[in-house]
Design a protein around this ligand. Structure first.
Ligand code: JHZ
Ligand code: SAH
Ligand code: ZN
Length: 417
């Protein structure tokens, strides 16, 4: 752990190719965050990888050091359904309105959504233009989107697909993707594909968790197999600029614990760069995002956060309290495995996704149950494993609090809400 910054640990950057990636955070061996287990699978060995994050001194990209093959993550049974959250549904309604009212400019040109999942955004976009195409490699969620009547191609977005979409439907007036760009290991070829697909005046919009929020809130549980990159405006803009693209507007948005929405275009297009971009890049410099020390300091705070959580749970256990987990999120897999929290501490994890219920948490093997089970016999404490949804969960669970139940959250340090 202490030699993370020694020269021999510098590894090759996936973005710029230099051997200047310094490891700063080691979260240990980790199972795949969304690989929930059936009871038959509990006795079989689980795939694990080494969850370590690094910072590239040359291009400033924060990235995973070991990457899991996307085919192992996004396949016929992907566990995450975007439509499970009312707040996210409202969020995407707002995004669709901005797109419909400010961005779209030519009905004849297609709108392409990358990572369309169950169609939560794509469906809303069809209210503004008839010409929408969703790209979604995970077959089960793509099938849900198709049941809504949406046009979805069940493949990974890449250069070949971009070329065939462009040949068949024409250049895109918009390429949009939420919580997908940071999931794509080869971002250089993604940028080339984007450049190939976009119309001369076309726009791309991506939303991803924002590095500055991850740092400020100590949201280390955003670091897992699916999130290969942790973007700031500075690092992302440098990447795009290598490929004939640029960012012209950014918006800081509250979802998923703090995300960044970037608006970009081809370098040659007429969209002027807005002050939001230059202002945010300046802020990132002031906040030390260009310096390895900033990241090393984060790693120390993560270790202290882990101790605060395990101590709190041990105290509650010693007092004989009943504690459960609430929400079998991807982040939950990181928290539980990194902090060594298993079924000896959490009786179960309840979750509103039907396909997760009846399964067990990866690595820690805690049973996942429907929310009904929580409501039928309230525990003393519910540890919220999707702190980003705390408000939504708390508003649904007012009866739990009214009869004395309490929520626990864990970042930046563990506390009872
Ligand atoms: P939530 C996933 O992250 C994976 P996860 C992915 N990598 C990503 O970036 C984001 O999504 C977009 C449950 N829940 O949204 C449902 C309730 O039980 O934080 C889900 O299992 N009751 C693509 O998995 C989980 O929480 C509720 O009221 O960390 C959602 O976790 C609500 C609101 C959610 O995403
Ligand atoms: N946009 C939704 C879904 C995010 S989950 C939301 O914000 O809620 C990420 C989705 O991206 C998954 O459904 C996954 O199958 C898909 N995905 C992963 N890699 C992809 C790629 N290369 N091209 C297109 N979709 C991809
Ligand atoms: Zn680099």
């Amino acid at each position: 752990m202490n030699d993370l910054n020694s020269p021999q640990t510098a590894v090759i950057c996936r973005i710029c190719g230099e051997s200047t990636v310094h490891l700063f955070l080691d979260l240990g061996r980790m199972p795949i965050a969304n690989a929930f287990l059936s009871s038959e699978q509990l006795s079989q060995p689980e795939y694990t990888f080494w969850l370590k994050a690094g910072f590239c001194e040359s291009c400033l990209m924060v990235q995973l050091v070991e990457v899991v093959d996307p085919n192992m993550l996004f396949h016929e049974h992907y566990a995450y359904f975007s439509s499970i959250s009312r707040v996210m549904d409202e969020h995407f309604t707002q995004l669709a309105t901005i797109i419909g009212e400010e961005i779209l400019y030519d009905e004849r040109l297609p709108v392409v959504e990358i990572g369309a999942n169950d169609g939560i955004l794509l469906q809303k976009l069809t209210e503004y233009t008839p010409n929408t195409i969703g790209i979604e490699p995970s077959a089960n969620v793509a099938a849900v989107a198709r049941e809504k009547g949406l046009h979805v191609v069940s493949e990974f977005f890449n250069m070949d697909l971009a070329a065939s979409l462009c040949a068949e439907h024409g250049p895109a007036q918009l390429v949009v993707g939420a919580n997908v760009l940071c999931h794509i290991p080869d971002l250089n070829s993604l940028a080339r594909a984007l450049e190939a697909l976009l119309d001369a005046e076309g726009v791309f919009i991506f939303e991803d968790p924002y590095l500055l929020d991850i740092m400020t809130q100590l949201a280390y549980d955003q670091i897992y197999d699916e999130h290969v990159y942790y973007f700031c405006v500075t690092s992302l803009n440098r990447l795009f600029e290598k490929h004939g693209l640029r960012i012209f507007r950014i918006e800081h948005i509250p979802v998923h614990g703090g995300s960044m929405r970037v608006y970009g275009c081809r370098s040659v297009s007429s969209h002027p760069v807005e002050p939001s971009v230059t202002g945010q890049i300046a802020l990132e410099g002031e906040r030390g995002l260009e310096s390895l020390e900033t990241y090393l300091a984060l790693a120390e705070r993560v270790q202290r956060s882990r101790i605060s959580l395990t101590e709190l749970l041990q105290e509650l256990q010693a007092d004989g309290a009943r504690v459960v987990g609430y929400a079998a999120s991807s982040k939950g897999t990181v928290i539980l495995n990194y902090c060594g929290i298993g079924s000896q501490m959490l009786e179960y994890v309840c979750d509103n996704t039907p396909s997760k219920q009846g399964l067990f948490t990866p690595g820690t093997h805690i049973p996942i149950v429907p929310i009904d089970q929580f409501a039928a016999d309230y525990p003393d404490y519910a540890f919220v494993l999707a702190w980003n949804h705390l408000n939504e969960i708390a508003s649904k669970e007012q009866a739990f609090r009214a009869q004395g139940g309490k929520f626990i959250t864990h970042i930046p340090t563990a506390r009872i809400e």
